[in-house]
Design a protein around this ligand. Structure first.
Ligand code: AMP
Length: 618
């Protein structure tokens, strides 16, 4: 197994030391940090004011893209072209986000509930990966300006609960921004690293990381032993944070001034001013005992006690989540050795007090809670650069391993830099009715198309019992042992048909070749992403074309002639679109067809159900 970039016993990772940056890619704000004079330091913008880059992307009228503070200003004046909270969409399908869609002010597309969401801005479609890459490019620009040098390598943090596809999406975003993402690190792990909790500890330590930001709350219970972090449990609320504290203050003022809420809601600019004043009051009350101001004759006064009572129940909700996390980890409050505070809202004194009381100990809150995750990422980056000898890191796999899927794309199953040994499983299905065999081709590399990666081997899962397409459940497991031997096992779960091969994944690859594969992947990231997006759009289109044609035949008595004609003509337009090379044209044709057929499908379903019930003898 290759031990490049991580074996501290053998000293440096690279022949020459190179700066590796740490990035906190947040829902509301993002930051970039690096090690300067042995200290983790977050980088400020050109104005020297703040280390925070709002995670907001604005598409200007002339086709340009701005990120950060300049984009934030456009949230109110041009919401359709201003994208925020894109992290909430990373690696998500429409199915996953349907219930919270109204929360987003921009247009999220995907009629096919299973595939990944896209965001429509003007006439173009963007994936959350492409949008996150814009934020990462801005951070890269920011640090390169400070360092006066090009940066190529990074560590990026993600929430502990992020699944494989969300982690992979974050990795892809880095790649697209021209960064080789050496490691994806859990945010609570990074926060613990920033406080040095991992250092000089013989015994296992249990840590609670309490992260209350602007819009989200996460509690993670970690265990660290021999330098290895393990997440024992996570809990939280994806819609609870400092914004709710602001709202509680606004509600307090509304009551105090007997304001008419509908009238206030209609006056957008006044309600916006009051909301901003509430945030100012909240921040003031983190230091002072009262806040006073008047906005258009509205008395905006609040004392600390009044504020505390308004947010008491919100803070209690976070404590309830802590209780659940402890329960899941089968731990009591007494077994927590350290409590770490992360996120701007942990500056609120009541939050710190109540958490300290609940965990029966003082909390770690000396570092800037907005920066602590990025600082930890920078420390992890420095470890990977081989500059910190007292931190032990695990062996990792040097290149990603995956299988070929429809359209010649690679589906990464074990991402590069995953610690070994590891075992990852994923489920697939067939694409043709009655399909008996499934070819499983295993590849290694960082490019999106299998043709650009290295083939390690292939085998055929034979004798799948005939079933309609989509019904077989084919489990593919990658088992990578500590010596780099990869076993790929495929099982059709309904019939228990099984097949496996063993591959020496790294056999025959020199470190130079490995380095070349990585560099290629970065240099070609942009064109790879475009090809992937086009192939994915075509795959989706082909599925929809087949489904639409089937739909017209099966529901021929329910649909009118005009409806059949229009459905087929939209289907033909989609077929034409798939012949071209513009993914946006294909996506638009998909959207047109879906918009037209959705109500027809609902009607057909109602009629079919009614018929089924009618025919039943009870
Ligand atoms: P984050 O998402 O971690 O950047 O946290 C941002 C949240 O922290 C926002 O709701 C801010 O209003 C809040 N915040 C920032 N500074 C303070 C402060 N001094 N006191 C209370 N809340 C703050």
């Amino acid at each position: 197994m290759a031990k490049i970039a991580i074996n501290i016993k053998e000293g440096k990772v690279e022949k020459e030391s190179e700066i590796i940056i740490g990035i906190d890619l947040g829902t509301t704000n993002s930051l970039v940090a690096y090690i300067k004079d042995n200290t983790a330091t977050a980088v400020k913008g050109a104005d020297g004011k703040s280390t925070l880059v709002p995670s907001i992307i604005h598409f200007t009228e002339d086709g340009g893209i701005v990120v950060g503070d300049a984009a934030k200003e456009k949230l109110i004046t041009d919401p359709q072209h201003t994208i925020y909270s894109v992290k909430r969409l990373m690696g998500k399908s429409y199915n996953d986000i349907e219930s919270v869609e109204q929360y987003f002010g921009y247009k999220i597309i995907d009629e096919d509930a299973e595939s990944l969401v896209k965001i429509r801005v003007k006439d173009k479609y963007y994936t959350p990966i492409e949008l996150s890459a814009e934020i990462l490019k801005e951070l890269k620009r920011r640090i390169e300006e400070v360092l006066g040098a090009t940066v190529r390598k990074a560590v990026i943090t993600v929430p502990a609960y992020f699944n494989d596809s969300q982690r992979q999406a974050t990795r892809d975003a880095g790649k697209l921004a021209g960064l080789d993402v050496l490691r994806i690190v859990n945010e609570p792990t990074a926060a613990s690293l920033a406080y040095g909790i991992n250092k000089n500890q013989e015994q296992a330590q249990t840590i609670a990381v309490y992260d209350l930001g602007g819009g989200t709350f996460d509690i993670s219970i970690l265990q660290i032993q021999d330098g290895i972090f393990e997440v024992l449990a996570t809990n939280g609320d994806t819609f609870l944070g400092g914004d709710d504290f602001d709202r509680a203050i606004v509600d307090f003022w509304i009551k105090k001034n007997n304001l008419d809420t509908t009238g206030l809601a209609a006056n957008k600019s006044l309600s916006q001013r009051i909301r901003l004043e509430a945030e100012k009051a909240k921040k003031t009350l983190s230091k002072a005992d009262h806040f006073e101001s008047i906005i258009e004759n509205i008395n905006c006064t609040i004392t600390k006690d009044e504020f505390n009572s308004s947010i008491e129940s919100l803070v209690q909700r976070t404590i309830d989540a802590c209780k659940s996390a402890l329960k899941d980890a089968a731990l009591s409050v007494e077994s927590i050795d350290h409590v770490v505070m992360v996120g701007g809202s942990t500056r609120v004194p009541l939050v710190r007090q109540n958490i300290a009381t609940f965990f029966k100990q003082e909390v770690y809150d000396k570092l800037n809670p907005d920066e602590v995750v990025a600082l930890g990422a920078a420390i992890q980056a420095d470890v990977l650069a081989g500059n910190q000898k007292d931190v032990l890191l695990l062996d990792v796999t040097p290149l990603s391993l995956g299988i070929e899927t429809v359209g010649g794309l690679i589906d990464v199953i074990i991402p590069r830099n995953s610690k070994v040994p590891t075992k990852v499983g994923r489920q697939y299905t067939t694409s043709v009715d009655g399909q008996k065999n499934l070819k499983i081709a295993v590849y290694q590399g960082e490019r999106d198309l299998v043709a650009d990666n290295r083939k390690l081997g292939e085998f055929i899962l034979k004798d799948i019992p005939p079933m309609p397409a989509g019904l077989p459940k084919i489990d593919i497991h990658f088992i990578l042992d500590a010596d780099g031997i990869l076993t790929v096992r495929a099982t059709e779960l309904r019939s228990n048909v099984k097949q496996e091969i063993q591959i020496k994944s790294q056999y025959g690859i020199s470190e130079e070749e490995m380095a070349k594969m990585l560099i290629d992947s970065i240099q070609n990231a942009e064109s790879d992403m475009k090809t992937r997006a086009l192939l994915e759009a075509r795959n989706e289109a082909n599925n929809i074309i087949l489904a639409s044609e089937k739909f017209v035949v099966q529901n021929s008595t329910i649909l009118t002639d005009e409806e059949k004609k229009r459905t087929l003509s939209l289907t033909n337009l989609l077929k034409e679109a798939t012949k071209g090379t513009d993914k946006d044209v294909i996506n638009r044709a998909i959207e047109d067809l879906n918009t037209y057929t959705s109500p027809l499908a609902h009607r057909a379903m109602d009629v079919n159900i009614a018929n089924a019930i009618k025919g039943k003898k009870i």
